[in-house]
Design a protein around this ligand. Structure first.
Ligand code: PLP
Length: 378
């Protein structure tokens, strides 16, 4: 049997990692400004993380949700406190797609409706309803194009006003669009969604799968706007690479047995990993670091010739170039040995570990400036 070949892979094989660094088979060292799709929040192989998982593994690694698992309560309490949502409840699952799928189910149980409003260029993962929330047709299977989803222009308050009525089940939006090219929703737009959801008893779902977990400089990116959504979804940075997702649910939702379910969600090992992540984010002030280093990087990037626009918050940064990203990204990886992500045709997407130091940021900034200079000369 061979691996089903459905996504492009870089010709690099990491065999070791530490902090913001990776090493390949040949011993080459790479600076990781991508964190495996924004997953590495506290840095690779953080000692506290490794120790916590190891210790848990020696006690019990897994048992399904048919028994008491007190470590789930410990995780809920710590996440509630650090995120500023101590009164919300937590449903645990295994990925971002699953978190969004469960959020939509919950919304539909809540008001008995099925129409979902999402926004142009959004990405909410590859699942039935949630997967269709993108206008990138290459990743939407025909079966996922359901008539129950309406796509509206991003940040357009009047389009939203016109579309909202009492048949809408939920409005779903990312804290910052990731796959869509690091687009930040206006505070006033999030406030408008909240106002209209409250007016029509629709559920306001904030997808913080990519933009959450301290990456923006606040725990969740939407917290810059001051709105409180009904449901928040999270994954990626939550486990620093250990698969775990979560749905934070407002206390106004009724909890009934068999409403939602999972086999692996909230297992002992995943919870241990997620608790270690929260401990490190708190103890090492990583939200503050993300804010400071991110702001510094954005201020430098804006001044580089050939950069059209720099968007984002904290350590979620989109650098839109005046030309396609391929040559720049390849030179960064294969000449300077720096991993970055991309979006669209012209955007370099930076999603480094939140531990990124000023010195590490400088390594990237110098390399990027040199590569851009060379690309413009050609
Ligand atoms: N939501 C957002 C905003 C994402 O960026 C992603 C993945 O990139 C997902 C959901 C899906 O997460 P997962 O790949 O863990 O299913």
């Amino acid at each position: 049997m061979k691996t089903f070949d459905v996504y492009p892979l870089l010709d690099v094989e990491p065999v070791k990692a530490s902090g913001c660094w990776l090493w390949d088979k040949a011993g080459n060292k790479y600076l990781d400004l991508y964190g495996g799709h924004a997953v590495i929040s506290i840095g690779h192989t953080h000692p506290h993380y490794v120790k916590t998982i190891e210790e848990q593994l020696h006690k019990i690694g897994f048992y399904s949700n048919s028994v008491k698992i007190p470590i789930q309560d410990e995780l809920s309490k710590k996440l509630g406190e650090l995120s500023g949502y101590p009164d919300y409840n937590l449903f645990l699952c295994n990925s971002g797609a699953e978190a969004n799928e469960n959020a939509l189910k919950l919304a539909s149980f809540h008001n008995g409706r099925k129409k979902i409003i999402a926004f142009s260029k959004a990405f909410h993962g590859r699942t039935s309803l949630a997967v269709a929330a993108t206008d990138n047709k290459s990743i939407v299977a025909p079966v996922n194009e359901t008539e129950n989803i309406v796509f509206l222009p991003f940040n357009d308050e009047s389009a939203l006003e016109n579309a909202m009525n009492d048949s809408v089940c939920a409005v779903i939006i990312e804290g910052m669009q990731g796959v869509g090219g690091v687009q930040v929703p206006a505070d006033s737009f999030l406030k408008k969604i909240k106002e209209l959801c409250d007016k029509y008893n629709a559920v306001f779902i904030l997808d913080e799968v990519q933009s959450g977990y301290g990456r923006s400089g606040k725990f969740f990116a939407h917290q810059f706007s001051g709105v409180k959504p009904d449901v928040i979804t999270t994954a990626k940075g939550m486990g620093n690479g250990f698969p775990i997702g979560g749905v934070l649910i407002s206390p106004k939702f009724v909890q009934k047995h068999f409403m939602l379910g999972t086999t692996f969600g909230g297992n002992h090992l995943a919870c241990a990993a997620a608790i270690a992540v929260l401990d490190v984010i708190k103890n090492e002030n990583l939200m503050m670091n993300a804010k400071a280093i991110g702001e510094y990087m954005m201020s430098v990037l804006k001044k580089i010739t050939g950069v059209k626009e720099v968007r984002g918050r904290g350590l979620m940064i989109g650098v839109e170039l005046e030309f396609p990203y391929e040559a720049v990204r390849n030179a960064l990886i294969f000449t300077h040995r720096i991993f970055t992500g991309t979006a669209g045709k012209n955007i370099i997407r930076l999603l480094p570990p939140l531990t990124l130091s000023k010195e590490e940021a400088e390594i990237f900034l110098h390399a990027f400036a040199a590569v851009m200079k060379k690309s413009l000369v050609k």
